[in-house]
Write a protein that binds this ligand. Structure first.
Ligand SMILES: CC(=O)N[C@H]1[C@@H](OP(=O)(O)O)O[C@H](CO)[C@@H](O)[C@@H]1O
Ligand SMILES: [Mg+2]
Length: 557
């Protein structure tokens, strides 16, 4: 950094002092905290985004959101050039930067990092960061802090994309770096064109007529509901009734996280909706779960991320089978595409068993899309989902290029054959589903197209397998970072002795499975338990909560 750059940074940094007594950590999905504490962090992440853009010579994304968390919280995360999450190798520096209290040491740290990463500032081509935010009222102030961070590294442009869903911003980053027009309109056009293409290739027959044309969506009073309103007139047969579109408090008694964890009807849903196909988005619309209201009750039957994954896997496996042609050796298909699914320890055990029975390769990673995405990218078709509804389907470049060529060949040699239609469907899915990150809107359209294709009601879909009863609890402890895990977070290695105690407890329950891990977005330790019946799952979770308190001490609440 030259003198001029240093003094511009120093000047800007002194306007964003770190709040006393705070410690920030990049966590599972960026920094999250009470919004009033975050200006200094967002400013610093702005600087980091500019550096990443200069280093990669690509557009970077900066999203201001705290997703499903309380409206008074906020957060910030970066999207890398591919549209995926910031490379994990930069996370430790993000932590250092966010916690560097003195502006002079901040400059020093930046100088050292620039040297270490070999980032050439002089004569670097114009860098650009795309900014997005959700509907939180604190978003505007934090956006300003981000802009100041970005532009404090001279020559970097901050382009405000306005209020967008997290996946829209990631999509735009990916699009812009591929030379595609990065507008919201283009995002909708690509999604809806592919959706309609999938509908066009639904096999003729009566079964699709059995699928209700109505879907009710809970928008979590966040950005997703508003966006869905923008497109709902362009959906052909499908009528969407969007509720919780921003009139109530964000995420309060609404949204995918509430529905999945509490298994209760969200606000503005009631007995009149019993049995109908319903979906719920989270606050920044990167999570999607389905559900239906149980008659005469305020409870729901949940169709979670694991079942969305299973539905996608079933459909894609079938399309690959048809594309590969008859198994009598006469196939003209030269590419054997690999198909893999990725889950975390939170996936219901029944879903993992079901996927394995389908003959699929199932891989487990730690929690957080950054881990699942990386693993899924190793396959030609990699499907990943967290149980909470965060996931997508990735297609490898090699497979897509081959598929394009094969599609052209099939359209001249055997147009409209089953094989040709399978190729067209796979191409449509690759364009419909967000390739950058999990996306509730594109996920929703894929679910809808597949249900229509199969002729399945939500009830039929839910019967794919029966979830094992489970319970998830949170515990406040003195220091959650004292919990160190391994083996995709299923075993605790520290504090010593707690894993043995958990195992001994779990062994008491038929089909018992239980693990703990520190949350990366909240100051809690999470406890997950599964057992053969609900009471047993509840009891197991409660006993393990007591163990956590015993080994780690009560925290402030
Ligand atoms: C059990 C659970 O749902 N954990 C969520 C939650 O992470 P935690 O690290 O568990 O707080 O938020 C993440 C970001 O949205 C999401 O990726 C993850 O699945
Ligand atoms: Mg979210």
């Amino acid at each position: 950094m030259n003198q001029l750059q240093q003094s511009a940074l120093l000047d800007a940094a002194s306007r964003f002092p770190i709040p006393a007594g705070s410690k920030f950590s990049y966590g599972t999905s960026g920094f999250r905290a009470d919004a009033s504490l975050l200006e200094s962090t967002v400013f610093r992440v702005g600087i980091l985004a500019a550096l990443r853009s200069i280093q990669t010579r690509s557009v970077i994304g900066l999203m201001i959101t705290a997703s499903h968390n309380h409206i008074s919280d906020n957060g910030v995360k970066l999207a890398d050039p591919s549209g995926g999450m910031l490379t994990q190798s930069w996370e430790p520096f993000a932590d250092t930067l966010a916690n560097a209290s003195d502006p002079h040491s901040l400059i020093q740290l930046l100088g050292d990092f620039i040297k270490k990463e070999n980032i050439i500032l002089e004569g670097a081509p114009a860098a650009e960061v795309l900014l997005g935010r959700d509907t939180r009222p604190s978003g505007e102030t934090l956006l300003e802090a981000a802009k100041q961070g970005i532009t404090s590294l001279m020559g970097t442009t901050a382009s405000d994309m306005g209020i967008v869903t997290t996946p829209q911003l990631h999509w735009m980053v990916r699009a812009k770096n591929k030379g595609i027009e990065a507008t919201e309109l283009n995002y909708y056009n690509q999604m809806l064109t592919s959706f309609r293409c999938l509908l066009d290739y639904i096999p003729k027959g009566d079964s699709s007529k059995n699928v209700s044309d109505k879907l009710i969506v809970d928008g979590a009073d966040g950005v997703g509901g508003e966006k869905l309103e923008n497109v709902k007139t362009r959906l052909g047969y499908l009528t969407i009734d969007v509720r919780n579109c921003g009139d109530g408090v964000l995420n309060e008694g609404v949204g995918a996280d509430y529905v999945q964890k509490e298994k209760m009807v969200p606000r503005n849903f009631g007995p009149a909706d019993a049995g109908m196909r319903c979906a719920s988005l989270d606050g920044d619309a990167d999570r999607l779960v389905y559900f239906y209201v149980i008659s005469n009750s305020n409870k729901i039957d949940l169709v979670d991320g694991d079942k969305i994954l299973s539905l996608f896997a079933l459909f894609l496996k079938e399309q690959l089978r048809v594309l590969n042609g008859p198994e009598d050796g006469k196939t003209n298909i030269s590419y054997k595409a690999s198909l893999g699914v990725v889950q975390t320890a939170y996936a219901n055990g029944a879903s993992t068993d079901y996927l394995k029975q389908m003959g699929l390769e199932v891989v487990m990673t730690p929690t957080g899309v950054k881990h699942l995405h990386e693993k899924a990218a190793e396959y030609d078709i990699g499907i990943y989902f967290e149980a909470n509804g965060h996931g997508t389907v990735l297609f490898s470049d090699a497979f897509l290029s081959w598929l394009e060529i094969t599609n052209q060949e099939l359209s001249s040699t055997s147009k409209d054959s089953d094989q040709h239609k399978a190729a067209l469907r796979l191409l449509a899915v690759s364009r419909l589903i967000n390739q950058a990150v999990g996306d509730a809107l594109s996920g929703l359209f894929l679910v809808e197209a597949i249900l229509k294709h199969m002729g399945w009601s939500i009830h039929k879909w839910n019967e794919l397998y029966q979830d094992l009863p489970s319970r998830q609890l949170k515990v406040k402890v003195v220091d959650r970072t004292a919990v160190i895990t391994e083996n995709a977070e299923t075993k605790v290695v520290s504090p010593a002795g707690i894993q043995e105690a958990i195992d001994a407890e779990t062994d008491k329950y038929p089909k018992g499975r239980c693990f703990i891990r520190p949350s990366g977005t909240e100051d809690v330790v999470r406890v997950y338990a599964e057992a053969s019946n609900q009471e047993a799952a509840d009891d197991l979770a409660k006993s393990v909560v007591r163990l956590v308190e015993q080994y780690l001490g009560f925290g402030r609440s």
